[in-house]
Each structure stands twice: as C-alpha cells, then as structure tokens.
Ligand binder design. Sequence first.
Ligand SMILES: [Zn+2]
Length: 204
Amino acid sequence: MAAVQSILKPNKALPIQSNKELSGAHWAKRFAGSNSTRDLSGTFRHAVDDFIYAMTEAGIDVVVDATYRPTKRLYLMHWSWRIVNDGTDLAKIPAMAGVDIEWEHPTKAESIKAAADLVAALSIKRLRTRPALKSQHNLGLAIDMAISWQGTVVVKDAKGRLVKIDTTPRTGMNRQLIAIGASYCVKKYYGGSKDVPHWSNNGH
Ligand SMILES: [Zn+2]
C-alpha cells in the first residue's frame, strides 16, 4: 500500500501511520474482567461458592473484587506495573495482538505518569509482586476478595466441622481461615502478604 501511494505522490513524504493509542487510565475500562463467581470454572466455582457461603453464614464480610480476567487485561497489568516498579525500558515492551497500546509518550516522565495512572485504575497500586502475564485468573481458577470481620466467628469447614476463629488478623490472611479455605480446596496465595486478596485452586 505504501509503495502504491509513493508512486501516486512521488514527492510527498508519508507520515508514519500508527493505529496505537497512548497508554493511560482509560485503558482499564477495556478487556474488563468479572467479579462474579459464575465466571469461575467447574469444580473450583462450586468450591468458592461453598467457602463464601460458609464465611457469610458466620458473619464474615466478603467482597469479591475479581474472578475471571482476560489475558489482554493481564498484559496491561503486567507492563504498567513493571514500568512503574521495575523501571522497564519502554522500547523493550513486546506488543500483544489486539492490544493497540502505545506505552511511549513524547517524554519518559509522561510515559511513567500514564503507566502509574493505569496501575491505579487497574487497582494494582498496592500489589507487591509483579502481575503474571498468565495466571489462574485467566483460567477461571482464581479469585480476589476482601475479607473482614469483628470479634470471634465460627465457620463451618468443608467437612461440616465448626471452627472457632479467635485469632488475628481478622482478614483473609488469618491462618485459621486459610486452613478452612483449604478444606474447600480454595488455596490462599503462596506468596503471603505480597498479594493479600488472592486465592486459587492451587495457591498460585
Ligand atoms: Zn488474584
């Protein structure tokens, strides 16, 4: 196509065409993920539903932030996080088919600002580990949830045993709660406090 145009307009330099759109917070609205357990797969979905039911019955407050997440969203999460936290060289970021994002703004400062805005819009500002390009989320095998309660709670595990939780923290990082989750085959993230809300089928 460029060759044809150069024959038709031999003396006019063609501008470099790019279909890419500059990075920024607005990209977080694209390739949206789900926060419904309906979008989890097979047996893991049932395990999660049972675990959440048991927690809710015990008076625990559970807010699901994310379940299924498309790989294109993981690409946005991974590279925006790395620009901000790893100082990744913008020129070395690989393209992804179907994600026409331009990470390089006219200046480096603008590029980093735009990436930071996207990191905030993607709700990964507090994440202390780099988001993976592939994760259990894009297989429908992971869930991010904010968990909290007051005082002492009694939670039924998968075997029907009632477990009194009188330890702290009163969050998803509580060891007793993590053991109860495991009884339902919902495993807490292996990396501890690096990814507080994350649970999955295998701890990854
Ligand atoms: Zn997660």
